[in-house]
Design a protein around this ligand. Structure first.
Ligand code: 5GP
Ligand code: ZN
Length: 124
């Protein structure tokens, strides 16, 4: 449900990642700036499993607009910096689950950063 303006950067009611971005739900934060937040996944699937999100509510990659291009770039650059800070120099995987068949379970765009073990292909 939208709070007011559907394209504004306001928190979306009942969006768990908007609540984490707003600080009303705790998370183990890794990094934060004005537009991007990174925190540890609550149910890690690798020794390092971090989620990188825009503070602005974008429901999924499929919902991103041309106006979001700079923000999307910042998310990817944040991933690369976090991976370096977390000692993932041997490699890591970035996953963006998108939509039902993509396995997306939280409808707020997030980039999974998985590392600390050998990744395999194809993913499940
Ligand atoms: P998806 O399934 O959409 O690709 O990824 C959602 C991720 O969010 C899952 O890996 C899940 O463990 C994580 N997650 C769900 N709820 C919370 C929460 O309240 N806190 C944190 N830190 N991670 C969460
Ligand atoms: Zn949200």
């Amino acid at each position: 449900m939208f709070v007011s303006d559907p394209i504004a950067s306001e928190a979306i009611v009942d969006c768990i990642f908007c609540k984490i971005a707003a600080g009303s739900i705790p998370a183990k934060k890794v990094r934060e700036d004005d537009a991007v937040l990174a925190f540890h996944d609550i149910d890690p699937k690798a020794p390092t499993h971090i989620l990188v999100i825009p503070k602005k509510h974008i429901a999924s990659l499929a919902e991103a607009k041309a106006d979001d291009a700079a923000l999307l770039g910042r998310l990817l650059l944040a991933v690369a910096e976090i991976a370096q800070e977390q000692g993932l120099g041997k490699g890591y995987r970035v996953v963006i689950s998108t939509g039902a068949e993509g396995g997306q379970t939280v409808d707020h765009l997030h980039l999974h950063v998985l590392g600390g073990r050998q990744m395999h292909w194809p993913p499940g």
